[in-house]
Design a protein. Structure first.
Lengths: 794, 341
């Protein structure tokens, strides 16, 4: 919110520099986002009289002027300006002057004639008609008052102000106004607050209630509606002191009535509206919900179709204002308006926000209502508006008003204790100081021993408990008084990660050690990816209001994000990379109002110097590390996103935990991947279920082991894993290891066959095994392999 | 005789001196000391020596043999040394070439920072609780004293799944979920992904927070300042200081914004801190008693403090990353930079 220092000074005697004030505001919770020093640049621009205007000897479009610059002497200026005459008072930028925008002006020569400065326009001084009449003309600013020659224009016109742009937190709607900030500034500077004048003279014979009937039929959405009738309106331009104020906060002057509503909105923080009485049908104002399909054209000539969720102000037949958002074109103040009804109301912020969003119609008024308006401020605002009518002598004010429903505003009383307030803070703020601070903030305060009774101003709807009071106290007393303590009254607790949380960290550590880099990708994806990866769209979780289609659905698999990350890296010519991600996937449940299922997946991907076996090596080591000793089976994968013959589904003790392998070539093609890409995804919960919770010692044999190598020929399609399972089953418990060490295809064996060589290791904990025992086992193995797979010993 | 011996010794000296390699040396050694070598030949000639002179002859030849052997020994050592020096030249490697690839991966910088935060607070007795990312409206807002008509709930901030389910906009629901289940003393951190409908150089629609909560008897603003001082000194430098200033969050009262002295200029004022010497890093406060009561905790007996830290912001400050979107591009060249620190 914009706070001009000049306006603030009407209500508080500010005796510190703008910089100090900024610092003070910051310390009590109001951050100044920007400080604008109006007129700061303007330098050496002075009042001059034009004494003589002559044609330039060498240029048709230029004139040579002789001017009187008072103490700066007589000067000659060459100009192309048309709107000047001899005798005019004008602002002149002297040699070395600076304009409002920072531009410098120096003596020069124009077509051979010396020019010792420049006449200035209103724009070059940073002002408009709202600030000084004639400042908006396309030409030189002609000064129409008698100022001393040579005086600084900035001083005589008063182009000097400081505008603070203040960020006000959502709990302090009462500070969204000059008055609200003035209260805070008065408190922090410990100065009295001078209230704006609220008095006005009424015509005792003129009655609002005689002129119009006002009915509030939506008290839930409009807890207070004040309507006040004013006659004998003279619509005209506002005096400069009003338009200057409005200009300083960026509002253009329109006419006195509209300007008064804008003035009150800025100063008091209450949106106001003025209806042209003449156009109120049936002289009857009704506050009600719109009927479905009802229409209104607002002041900006936009038409809206309404529904029963929108609050409207109506006359007997039709809406004449979209409550809190904008007035209707049909009751607009015109230059010939003679009678008006002023409105100051409290509308519920939720309703105004919903209407404003639903219709896409915003205004300063709706923005203000969305932050919240208290019921008390409406009456201050109405009084202030009527005071301004009176002061500008532009209307005759009725003696009574509507105030619906009847208001019974009572200040909140909080009964608490000094010790309770200090217990929040952790320091001992003296009772007197607490009381002093609260009174500065216009709270009532009574202290009896430890008991503290606080009376809360009506506009402070945010203050409800001793905690709020503690905050009021400390923000004025100063956070610098808070001295650090380390939970001195708290119980000692044993912190740390749970076993499950440690597992997650350990898995990540494992992948890092294997050369995989952790990635973090968005949890929402495009629905199109579900099709490309053949992921079922059943129970898909969609975002109602996504930022775009690309990020509109909660993902059910991490694989697409992983592939996209690899594609992006490849695209950037990162020729090899390994990635992993541990994150949630989402699946809807029956009732959309229940929490969807959220489970974790562990995804990993790699490309560059990779093949199926580099991934399998990682998977095997992972399971060896965390699920040591468990039976692991790899089967041809059925996952549609994987290459059908270069991928595996992993089962641990019969339970599926995940899949990995080469990405399906179709997806690779669609993703523009020119390198072979490998990817895998594990169900994190299923994976960690297989983790050994406890480790038991396994005895190691003291006796020498016996090794045998065994080569068999089998058909090409026989899988190594199947042969090893068969070997393990047939060999007996003394077999400790069975590993493939060579595959041979070639001249020595038949076509369509391969030779697989296994290394078998036997040992016993009790004794040295005999040759006969081992030979017997080998015979059993060979028989089993022959029976099951037709394997022949080579 | 003596002349013959002297001549032989002289020749040997000359020839040994002229040797260039160990192999030549071996050949020459055979020529003198081998079975048919010259020295050996002298010894063999002993039988022709008159017996009374034999003893002296034997002695002379043995001395000669020792002298020649010593010559070879000495030369062999010299040659070996010379040859090794030569091999050094030949074996020289370009030590500026890259090493053979041993590739470790890294955690994502956001999780490096997340873990650092967790480590710092674990030392103060905190546990970790992770709540759901899709959250019920009640936990995300209502229980945290954000009523239905609060501006923070606007469609432009919150992603909705249904009227009742949202993508959590902060990790604060973790507070409520913990307090519902656990009675004080409570010291928890709740880290995780959060979501808001915002997307530019300093906002990402998905980002990470860590919520901290302490509920016990007599918890005060001084405790908040104390643990945050401790934390920032672990997270940044030993001399990092904090500054509290008033702010507003519906679920804390009083609420504060916490600034730390700029890690770049140590408070002097620079580009990173926009000349102020301070950088805003987190929001915090004393848990609003309405929140405690919503969770069934007696606000007369217990009080609490809570804080919420943006991990992206902390990461960006810590590592000087200027654009938040860089963190989600997952370019391997970026990810590789953060090591195990």
């Amino acid at each position: 919110m914009k706070l001009p220092l000049s306006w603030l000074k009407d209500y508080v005697d500010v005796d510190v520099t703008p910089e100090v004030l900024e610092e003070k505001l910051f310390s009590c919770g109001f951050e100044v986002e920007e400080t604008i020093y109006v007129g700061k640049n303007i330098d050496k621009i002075v009042v001059c009289r034009i004494e003589k205007i002559e044609k330039h000897p060498n240029a048709d479009k230029l004139n040579v002027c002789q001017i009187d610059a008072g103490k700066w002497g007589k000067l000659q200026i060459v100009t192309s300006a048309k709107n000047i005459s001899e005798g005019d008072l004008v602002p002149v930028a002297l040699d070395g002057a600076t304009l409002a925008n920072g531009e410098r002006i120096f003596n020069g020569e124009l077509r051979g004639v010396k020019s010792n400065g420049m006449f200035c326009s209103g724009e070059e001084l940073g002002i408009t008609d709202d600030f000084y009449d004639g400042a908006s003309v396309n030409g030189i600013l002609i000064l129409h008052e008698d100022y001393p020659l040579g005086a600084e224009v900035k001083k005589v016109l008063g182009i000097e102000d400081v505008i603070f742009d203040i960020s006000v937190t959502a709990n302090r709607p009462d500070c969204q106004s000059i008055l609200g900030m003035a209260r805070e500034v008065a408190a922090v500077l410990n100065k009295p607050l001078k209230m704006p004048s609220l008095d006005y003279i009424v015509d005792k014979n003129l009655k609002t209630t005689d002129k119009i009937l006002v009915e509030n039929k939506a008290i839930d959405l409009c807890p207070r509606y004040i309507g006040h009738y004013v006659s004998d309106i003279k619509v005209e331009k506002s005096p400069k002191w009003i338009t200057r104020r409005l200009a300083s906060v960026g509002i253009r002057g329109i006419n006195n009535i509209v300007d008064i509503t804008n003035f009150v909105l800025t100063e008091i923080g209450q949106p106001m509206h003025a209806f042209d009485y003449h156009n109120i049908g049936g002289k009857h104002i009704i506050i009600r919900r719109a009927e479905n399909g009802e229409k209104i054209v607002t002041l900006d000539k936009k038409e809206f179709t309404l529904c029963d969720k929108n609050l409207v102000i109506c006359d007997e037949n039709k809406p004449i204002a979209l409550a809190g958002v904008m007035g209707g074109l049909n009751s607009e103040i015109e230059s010939d308006t003679k009678e008006i009804v002023f409105e100051a109301a409290k509308f519920m912020r939720d309703n105004i926000r919903k209407t404003s969003r639903a219709l896409g119609q915003r205004s300063d008024s709706s923005a203000r209502y969305e932050k919240g308006i208290d019921a008390y401020t409406a009456q201050i605002a109405m009084d202030r508006a009527l005071h301004l009518i009176d002061e500008l002598k532009c209307g005759r004010i009725a003696a009574d008003r509507y105030d619906l429903p009847e208001q019974n505003l009572k200040e909140k009383v909080i009964e608490t204790a000094i010790s309770k307030v200090n217990r929040v803070l952790g320091i001992e703020v003296p009772a007197d100081t607490i009381c002093d601070i609260l009174k500065r903030l216009h709270f009532g305060c009574e202290i009896k021993g430890d008991a503290l009774k606080v009376i809360v101003p009506l506009y402070r709807e945010d203050v409800e408990s001793y905690q709020d009071i503690a905050e009021e106290v400390i923000r004025e007393y100063g956070y610098a008084h808070i001295t650090p303590t380390l939970l001195k009254t708290a119980a000692i607790t044993n912190g740390g990660l749970s076993d499950a949380q440690k597992d997650a960290e350990n898995i990540k550590e494992f992948f890092c050690k294997c050369g995989y880099n952790e990635i973090i990708t968005y949890s929402f994806v495009s629905e199109k990816e579900f099709d490309l990866y053949s992921i079922s769209k059943e129970n898909i979780v969609k975002i109602v209001n996504p930022l775009g289609e690309e990020v509109s659905v909660m993902r059910k698999s991490l694989v697409p994000s992983m592939v996209n990350t690899m594609a992006k890296n490849l695209n950037r010519k990162n020729n090899a990379a390994r990635f992993f991600e541990l994150a949630y996937v989402f699946e809807g449940v029956k009732d959309p109002n229940d929490l969807p299922k959220q489970t974790r997946r562990l995804c990993f991907g790699a490309y560059g110097e990779e093949d199926f076996f580099t991934l399998k090596g990682v998977v095997q080591e992972l399971l060896n590390e965390f699920s040591y000793g468990r039976e692991v089976v790899y089967k041809r994968s059925v996952m549609p996103y994987l290459h059908p013959t270069v991928s595996a589904d992993v089962y641990v003790e019969g339970k599926y935990i995940g899949s990995f392998g080469a990405l399906h070539p179709e997806i690779a093609q669609a993703s523009d991947l020119d390198k072979k890409v490998f990817v895998g995804e594990f169900d994190y919960e299923a994976l960690t279920d297989t983790f050994n919770k406890k480790v038991y010692y396994e005895a190691v044999s003291k006796y020498p082991s016996v090794e045998r190598d065994l080569a068999v020929t089998v058909d090409e399609n026989i899988l190594c894993g199947d042969l090893i399972s068969s070997i393990r089953q047939a060999a007996g418990k003394e077999l400790k290891k069975a590993e493939l060490f060579d595959i041979y295809r070639g001249d020595q064996i038949a076509k369509g066959k391969k030779s697989m060589a296994f290394n078998l290791v036997y040992s016993s904990l009790e004794r040295t095994l005999t040759v006969e025992e081992v030979d017997k086992s080998i015979q059993n193995v060979l028989k089993a392999l022959k029976d099951a797979y037709g394997a022949e010993l080579r | 005789m003596q002349d013959k011996v002297n001549l032989l010794l002289e020749n040997a000296k000359k020839e040994v001196a002229a040797l260039q390699s160990s192999r030549e040396l071996a050949d020459l050694k055979v020529k003198y000391l081998g079975k048919t070598g010259e020295v050996t030949a002298l010894l063999k000639g002993m039988k022709d020596i008159p017996s009374e002179k034999r003893a002296e002859f034997g002695k002379t030849v043995n001395v000669l043999k020792e002298q020649v052997a010593a010559l070879f020994e000495e030369k062999a050592t010299a040659l070996k040394k010379e040859e090794m020096l030569k091999s050094f030249e030949k074996d020289a490697v370009d030590i500026t070439l890259d090493g053979k690839k041993v590739s470790f991966g890294n955690l994502h910088p956001l999780n490096i920072v997340r873990n650092k935060v967790i480590d710092a607070f674990i030392g103060m007795g905190f546990e970790v609780f992770e709540g759901p990312e899709l959250e019920l409206d009640y936990y995300c807002f209502q229980a945290l004293n954000i009523p239905k008509d609060h501006p923070a709930r606007d469609m432009q901030d919150t992603f909705y799944i249904s009227d009742n389910v949202v993508l959590r906009t902060h990790t604060s629901p973790g507070q409520v979920r913990v307090m519902e289940k656990k009675k004080p003393p409570i010291k928890i951190l709740s880290p995780g992904r959060v979501y808001r409908a915002d997307d530019d150089a300093s906002h990402s629609p998905m980002f990470h927070q860590i919520e901290g909560l302490v509920v016990d008897k007599g918890i005060t603003l001084c405790d908040l300042k104390g643990i945050l001082d401790e934390f920032v000194q672990i997270m940044f430098d030993k001399d990092t200081k904090t500054r509290l200033r008033p702010s507003y969050f519906p679920f804390t009262e009083p609420s504060v914004e916490v600034d730390v002295t700029c890690s770049e200029c140590h408070g002097k004022g620079c580009k990173l801190c926009k000349g102020t010497g301070w950088i805003e890093i987190l929001g915090a406060g004393i848990v609003n008693k309405k929140v405690l009561e919503n969770c069934g905790i007696d606000s007369d007996e217990y009080s609490g403090l809570a804080f919420g830290l943006g991990i992206e912001r902390t990461t960006m400050i810590k590592y000087g990353v200027p654009d938040i979107r860089t963190l989600f591009e997952n370019d391997v060249r970026f990810l590789k930079q953060f090591g195990r620190k």
